[in-house]
Write a protein that binds this ligand. Structure first.
Ligand code: HEM
Length: 128
């Protein structure tokens, strides 16, 4: 396949620019690996089913980034209810996401967009 033209990239959805579902799945795999090896937050995921969390996060990213998928998980308040997640943990999750994006050579434009999306959800995630 030829590389997409500049004009095509300018109008492509974030989903398309990340390589569609396979690209997002690969990134989510590394986000998970980063979380479970990050001492600031690893314990939070000790009782999680990795395949299930990865599936839900993949769905959420696909749907939120302009893909055809439907997110079947809980909303962000319900998903994090009772966890009392603090600011440090929130930043740790964002850092792990950015690290995974770097591992996949995702560009600055896409990283900026994703960071804005994550930050827009902060109020629903922390101190619930
Ligand atoms: C904007 C940032 C975040 C997003 C988009 C996000 C997204 C998600 C999603 C989609 C789920 C699955 C929901 C479901 O079970 O239906 C989930 C669960 C979870 N999240 Fe987050 N999350 C964020 C931040 C955090 C932070 C900062 C922590 C703390 C370390 C955290 C810890 C967890 C845990 C422990 C679960 C439950 C996993 C399980 O059910 O086993 N999340 N999150």
């Amino acid at each position: 396949m030829n590389a997409p033209t500049e004009a095509a990239l300018a109008t492509a959805t974030l989903y398309e620019r990340l390589g569609g579902r396979p690209g997002i799945e690969a990134i989510v795999e590394d986000i998970w690996n980063n979380h479970v090896s990050n001492p600031l937050i690893a314990k939070r995921y000790a009782n999680s089913d990795p395949a299930n969390v990865k599936r839900l996060v993949t769905e959420m990213c696909c749907a939120g980034f302009g893909g055809p998928e439907t997110y079947t998980g809980k909303d962000m308040i319900a998903a994090h209810k009772g966890m009392n997640i603090n600011d440090t943990e929130f930043v740790a999750v964002c850092d792990d996401v950015l690290k995974a994006l770097d591992m996949h050579h995702v560009g600055k434009r896409e990283k900026d967009e994703i960071l804005c999306i994550l930050y827009s959800l902060k109020g629903d995630v922390v101190y619930q």
